[in-house]
Design a protein around this ligand. Structure first.
Ligand code: 6PG
Length: 239
């Protein structure tokens, strides 16, 4: 597994660079398979990127299916909702809606039940596109300061899940119950991109890039796939 880092001097430069890669991924997928599937993360970092992406012209949204890398079990209108973030920063800005928007149903009391429901939706959607190949074209991830990615937190059963594509993450002190794509499903994707910005992420990014395998973000690794890091100068350890 290779890691490739693209350092951008400014945040606008970072969004532009990532939008170009999104376009490349989407066009390649549509040309090859007739559709494009991507899983998006929440959090603060990608919000500005989603706003830029919404303004990009000529993207094949009518052939694009969006999924969530993870979601918190909160109401859809909660400020903590990743679906709300993506709706307000990306979807509301699009001239035409994507072919598929697959958000997590969060009205469940238990994370395991929500995960099972999302897994069924994910596999049904991917199966309807290609019965033979349920791999995402792109997964866009962030990194938390503890090295988590999606909702794969250190020491959790979800991180250890090796069979199913989706796992539930029970609530913990200071952390909502969540649903997350699992490592095997993320690692099966054709392209995995981390978006990391800000000086607060410099230390954890250095550890992840050094390959500290005990961290969830370090375990995003696919044989034969180069995991890409799009970072600003602030977050880059070599700055
Ligand atoms: C979430 C994200 C999570 C995020 C990291 C980084 O639901 O919060 O999926 O994995 O990517 O926590 O978040 P920031 O971009 O806000 O630093």
């Amino acid at each position: 597994m290779q890691r490739k880092v693209q350092v951008c001097e400014t945040l606008p430069g970072l969004w532009t660079a990532l939008a170009a890669v999104w376009r490349e991924c989407a066009q390649t997928a549509v040309h090859t398979r007739g559709y494009f599937t991507a899983a998006l993360s929440g959090g603060r970092t990608p919000a500005a990127f989603y706003r830029v992406l919404a303004q990009e012209q000529g993207l094949p949204w009518h052939l694009t299916h969006l999924f969530l890398a993870d979601e918190r079990l909160v109401p859809p209108d909660s400020p903590e909702s990743n679906a709300r973030l993506i709706r307000s920063t990306l979807l509301d800005g699009l001239a035409q809606p994507p072919a598929g928007i697959h958000f997590v149903k969060t009205g469940f009391l238990e994370a395991a039940a929500a995960a099972k429901a999302y897994e069924q939706e994910l596999l049904q959607a991917m199966g309807s596109l290609s019965a033979a190949d349920p791999r995402l074209d792109l997964v866009l991830l962030g990194i938390g300061e503890d090295g988590h990615t999606a909702s794969l937190f250190p020491g959790t059963d979800a991180l250890a899940e090796q069979g199913r594509p989706v796992a539930g993450v029970p609530a913990a002190p200071g952390r909502r119950a969540r649903v997350t794509l699992t490592l095997p499903f993320i690692n099966a994707a054709r392209r995995v991109i981390f978006l990391v910005a800000g000086s607060g992420k410099r230390a954890i990014l250095a550890t992840v890039l050094a390959g500290g395998r005990e961290l969830p973000a370090s375990r995003v690794a696919t044989p034969g796939v180069t995991v890409e890091f799009f970072v600003d100068r602030e977050a880059f350890p070599g700055s």
